[in-house]
Design a protein around this ligand. Structure first.
Ligand code: SIN
Ligand code: CO
Length: 439
């Protein structure tokens, strides 16, 4: 209570082509946390798809909802965005008071061993780094000879509490959110000194982790290593995080997290597509919609000296034909909606085996409300609503409720369940995109 959070103010002078960040400025300050607010307990967890709820271990400790004034150490979202976001790190002591994670160690290991889930096992043997992609084998998760860590990506897709935790960071637009990764490490374990190209919040779950960070410009990597390991790491700050503490790092800050005893770390990561990736994806999208008139024609053809030559006037004509490829802002908006809601390639939805009929579905929503499946992505823009990679037609009258669903990922039981809304949601439910709220 009334704890103090140290935060540093330090800009990054970054010449990387994807990130333009203000020039170096150095200062230090001490921020006193506002009085901790009361935090509400979260409802019991519902099961992840492959496991039956009854098989699951009880949660390590009740998860507290991070109220924003503790999550950002007393800063408002606006202050955080103006002063820190993409600019400088922020250490927040007790960002989530009482936080002990959303999964037990065994549940995390179950995910790591699941072929549907992305995971990495990293260990260091002397000077050598060894990386093994999932699905992991149980034996690997019992290693004692070398420090190791296992990192499980996309936990929010499988664990509803993980999805809820991720969405406590909605003060950053959902379109920028990527996923929740959870790492478990034995004493001394970690992925080594490195930098990431994206922003990340590192929330300490169980145990303690020592974070060393630096704004060094030397980004040379160890050659031949299976991981991106910095050759020369010169940390300028050294903090040990306790459960519930959180460190925000902007892109390109060098960092190394070393477990002090066994620990788990929750990484809330953001997506930062490169211009190259956006360009490639957009051209693919355009290709499917391209509709050009005309046919190459040369009624005025005259003899040319070299029959093998592609004559300049042939290139002229093709250049004119290709100049017909055009796109509008509406095309860009439509593309962005599809692109940002497209589920990752390993994601599949599970339609209910015996779906509730429309009437029973209506009764279920009246008593429990409707929630999007953690795997569903629903966003909107000037191009309308997009759900899981597709544009969806929403009658004007439903737009406010679907907007609410997109923002909060659920509609409460007391919503106005009109026949049009029920029809729409029943269709989504039958596709596995959401269903009666189980929270
Ligand atoms: C970890 O959780 O061990 C790694 C997270 C990171 O460095 O980005
Ligand atoms: Co990192």
């Amino acid at each position: 209570m009334g704890d103090a959070a140290t935060f540093m103010i330090q800009g990054l002078d970054d010449s990387d082509r994807h990130w333009q960040i203000p020039a170096r400025q150095k200062e230090r300050a001490i921020l006193t946390l506002a009085e901790q607010v009361n935090v509400a307990g979260i409802a019991p967890r519902s099961g992840r798809r492959p496991y039956c709820a009854a098989e699951r271990q009880p949660i390590i400790a009740a998860m507290n909802l991070p109220a924003l004034d503790t999550l950002l150490g007393g800063l408002s979202p606006r202050q955080f965005l103006e002063e820190y976001w993409q600019k400088k790190p922020l250490l927040i002591r007790q960002a989530v008071p009482g936080f002990a994670g959303v999964l037990t160690r065994d549940e995390l290991f179950d995910l790591a061993c699941d072929p549907d889930v992305e995971s990495r096992h990293v260990r260091r043997e002397g000077e050598q780094w060894i990386l093994e992609h999932g699905p992991q084998m149980r034996g690997r998760l019992r290693g004692k000879r070398h420090p190791w860590t296992v990192l499980v990506q996309g936990v929010n897709l499988w664990v509803p509490e993980g999805d809820r935790l991720l969405h406590h960071f909605d003060f950053i637009p959902q379109a920028r959110l990527d996923d929740l990764m959870i790492s478990y490490a034995v004493d001394g374990g970690g992925v080594g000194p490195h930098f990431d190209n994206y922003d990340v919040f590192l929330l300490q779950g169980t145990g303690r982790r020592r974070w060393l960070i630096s704004d060094q410009q030397d980004r040379a990597l160890v050659e031949g290593a299976p991981l991106r390991i910095l050759q020369n790491f010169e940390p300028t700050h050294d903090w040990t995080l306790e459960p519930g503490d959180m460190l925000y790092l902007p892109p390109h800050w060098a960092h190394n997290g070393i477990a002090v005893g066994e620990c788990t770390t929750y990484s809330i990561g953001f997506r930062s597509p490169t211009a190259q990736e956006l360009g490639t994806e957009f051209l693919g999208w355009m290709q499917e919609r391209l509709c050009l008139d005309g046919l190459y024609a040369d009624p005025d053809l005259s003899p040319q000296t070299h029959s093998a030559e592609i004559a300049p006037r042939m290139i002229d004509q093709i250049e004119r034909m290709l100049a017909g490829i055009r796109w509008t802002r509406a095309d860009v908006a439509a593309f962005v909606g599809e692109y940002l809601t497209e589920p990752k390639s390993h994601i599949f939805f599970d339609p209910p085996e015996e779906p509730l009929k429309r009437k029973a579905f209506a009764r279920a929503l009246e008593s429990r409300g409707f929630a999007l499946d953690p795997r569903s992505l629903l966003l909107f823009s000037e191009a309308g609503f997009h759900l899981n990679g597709e544009a969806i037609e929403i009658p004007e009258t439903l737009a406010p409720q679907i907007t609410e669903l997109a923002d909060h990922r659920r509609l409460g039981a007391g919503s106005l369940w009109t026949p049009a809304l029920l029809d729409l949601l029943h269709g989504w439910y039958c596709d596995g995109f959401g269903g009666p709220d189980e929270a």
